[in-house]
Design a protein around this ligand. Sequence first.
Ligand SMILES: CC(C)(COP(=O)(O)OP(=O)(O)OC[C@H]1O[C@@H](n2cnc3c(N)ncnc32)[C@H](O)[C@@H]1OP(=O)(O)O)[C@@H](O)C(=O)NCCC(=O)NCCS
Length: 174
Amino acid sequence: MSLKDQEAAYEELNETSEEQEDRQYFEDELYRSQLPDSSNKDLIMDFRSGLRHMRARVVGRRRHYALDNIVTHTLHRRRSLATQLISSTIQDADATALPLYLEVSSDNDAMRVYKKLGFEECGTWTIQDLGRYGGRKGDGVVYVGMVREPGMTSDRDIQRPSGDAERDITQSNQ
Ligand SMILES: CC(C)(COP(=O)(O)OP(=O)(O)OC[C@H]1O[C@@H](n2cnc3c(N)ncnc32)[C@H](O)[C@@H]1OP(=O)(O)O)[C@@H](O)C(=O)NCCC(=O)NCCS
């Protein structure tokens, strides 16, 4: 779906926040029902919802591009392939004066690629205890929401989208 089509689809929805919550609930239920029985459904669903909330807190209702699942072949890393891939989306985002959003685990070196390309850390989401999902008790994970504002080229040049964007959303309903 092109950006214009997506925009039109959202405008057409014109939902109240209650309608949006209802739709999200049914979408989540459908998604959960399609997960394999052998998967860690609670973790996947909390992960999905946590990242969705962080994205909403970081970019709000601003139209934006989003990057997902950026991977390059293990044999061809550090050859600027990810940089080239992301740069092509940066060009589109700049041409339409829109921010570009992505999420990355805080301990992932990929963050260096993103920072070099002008992304800034704008919020975090934390699962404090993976023990409740069958992981090692006390182990946590932090995800970072990063934004690249249109036209920015380096960390130094970037302005935050809004004063209250940087915050941690911690998984609290354990
Ligand atoms: C992250 C990933 C996509 C980077 O791909 P890549 O093609 O190697 O990235 P680039 O060559 O464009 O890297 C550009 C710069 O980022 C930095 N960088 C990239 N990978 C790095 C690493 N592992 N450690 C430190 N710096 C790194 C370097 O500064 C690099 O420039 P340099 O090689 O001149 O020093 C790749 O490592 C990957 O697929 N990782 C596994 C999947 C993943 O974690 N994806 C991110 C999910 S959010």
